[in-house]
Design a protein around this ligand. Structure first.
Ligand SMILES: [Zn+2]
Length: 68
């Protein structure tokens, strides 16, 4: 038997770590309303449009930069 399953496992670990990094490096908001309020002030401050989304890792809300 090859070590295919180990390769698969390693890929899963890496994918999970990337997901966690993506989540934990972001500010988290407990509600969509709170996230939207921060998105509005970020838009004024940075001039970019931010869209709130519900995180499927931590269950809180994050902002993602959207469009231009
Ligand atoms: Zn998250």
């Amino acid at each position: 038997m090859s070590n295919g399953i180990e390769d698969w496992f390693e890929r899963q670990q890496t994918a999970n770590q990337n997901r966690l990094d993506k989540c934990q490096n972001k500010r988290a908001f407990t509600s969509e309303a709170e996230a939207r309020a921060h998105a509005a002030s970020d838009r004024v401050q940075f001039g970019d449009r931010f869209t709130p989304y519900r995180c499927d890792i931590c269950g809180d809300w994050h902002l993602t930069r959207s469009g231009s």
